[in-house]
Design a protein around this ligand. Sequence first.
Ligand SMILES: [Mg+2]
Length: 237
Amino acid sequence: MSRSRLGEVLAAVAGARAPVVVFDLDSTLFSTWPRSVAILNEFVAAYGHAHPEIARAAASVRVADERWSVIDVLRGLGVADEPSLEHLRRFWVDRFFTDAYLAHDPAAPGAVDYVRRVHDAGAHVYYLTGRHYDGMGEGTVRALTAAGFPLWRGRVHLHLKPRFDMPDRAFKEEAIADLRSLGGDIVATFENEPENANLFQESFPDATNFLLETVHSGRPVTPHPALVRVPDFRLTG
Ligand SMILES: [Mg+2]
């Protein structure tokens, strides 16, 4: 059972040299769907009268149904008015990637307790995220703190993208180099994007590299067979 592999990481941390455990944030430690639903509801409150198809469909969008794209969800509910969807898309982009809206993200089941246990076992906790720090950095610090994730206790690293428009690949390569520079054992990594999890698997083949089975961008990437798939961070269930 793949959940048992979560517990094995805690034991491996205790026996490793300068152990490091890497955690992605969006759709790994935090669910971002409530952030999108909040933005959709705000759009409907402000512009629903001008976009009745979206207003009607939004009434049946449930915050509990973890999904990736609010536009795709609305299309699936029959919204076909492209100018309306484009208005929503711009409204969403202007808000989703900002500090203030990160407060909508709940921690994934078991995530806070698990990261605390990893840290208490002696690991460096390395949060690695494609969020850009000059627009999402303060909100990220607030969200990690409010949820109770370790942040202000030493052996914690928070690595965000320097700029919104920095290409993902360049950012990931810089991050891999930064992780290597710590000189410790990379014990485990946690990611929801198969492309990123595969990069971890290739870069750190001795680590246990987890793939969170939440949602992802839908890029057609085959997950590496060595990846350990888990739905969340609960050790049992
Ligand atoms: Mg992610």
